[in-house]
Design a protein around this ligand. Structure first.
Ligand SMILES: CC(C)(COP(=O)(O)OP(=O)(O)OC[C@H]1O[C@@H](n2cnc3c(N)ncnc32)[C@H](O)[C@@H]1OP(=O)(O)O)[C@@H](O)C(=O)NCCC(=O)NCCS
Length: 182
């Protein structure tokens, strides 16, 4: 299946905000019920912070006019907080940010009827194809090994354990993807 992709940047954030929150509330309906880290208000705050950042970009997939999923992220600034919760010892250079080195893929989600259709991969590829950074990073929950395996099958490599320095944050795998070869 191929969905129609809409590309957005900070200028369109206000316009697409309600759509992004609506899809989030549906995709994460179960988690929202019992995981304080998954609350809609918390997600909305995160979305507003991310979408105000320089270099924020978002792709939304549409099938027959309805939003079926999306992905977004932004460039990491120098001394990015992103790496602050890294628990695995790594080479200092690996987490050195310049403000133009690394694109952080913050969210990727697809509504259930469009899972296993290639839509997630299409969104992922459409988002990253536009990027000029040398690499991308993402965090995936260690309690979701199948999602972790999915990202590995898309070429991402795991660099260590990371727990974001945010209340209720779960333990994550930190991953990197070389964008030059993507
Ligand atoms: C991640 C996602 C975009 C991938 O879509 P996809 O490429 O169509 O792949 P699938 O939905 O088949 O997911 C791959 C496997 O991971 C599992 N999985 C996906 N999301 C999961 C989650 N949030 N928690 C636990 N397992 C999950 C699926 O059940 C599937 O397992 P299966 O092969 O045994 O059926 C989609 O599953 C999704 O939107 N998930 C919910 C949001 C999410 O977790 N995003 C990732 C944040 S890092």
């Amino acid at each position: 299946m191929t969905v129609t992709i809409r590309h957005c940047t900070t200028d369109q954030a206000a316009e697409v905000r309600a759509t992004l929150l609506e899809v989030y509330a549906e995709v994460y309906a179960d988690a929202i019920k019992d995981d304080p880290f998954a609350g809609v208000d918390r997600f909305a705050n995160g979305l507003d912070n991310w979408s105000a950042r320089p270099g924020w970009s978002c792709v939304i997939g549409y099938d027959d006019g309805q939003a079926v999923g999306y992905a977004y992220g932004a460039v990491l600034p120098p001394n990015a907080r992103w790496w602050g919760g890294l628990l695995t010892e790594t080479d200092e250079d690996l987490v050195r940010e310049t403000g133009s080195r690394t694109y952080a893929l913050s969210e990727l989600m697809v509504r259930v009827p469009w899972r296993k259709t290639g839509t997630a991969r299409q969104l992922h590829d459409a988002l990253l194809a536009e990027r000029t950074e040398e690499r991308a990073t993402l965090l995936v929950r260690q309690s979701h090994p199948k999602v972790h395996a999915l990202y590995e099958s898309w070429g991402w490599r795991t660099i260590g354990d990371l727990r974001p320095r945010i209340e209720h944050a779960p333990l994550m795998h930190a991953m990197l993807l070389d964008l030059a070869q993507h």
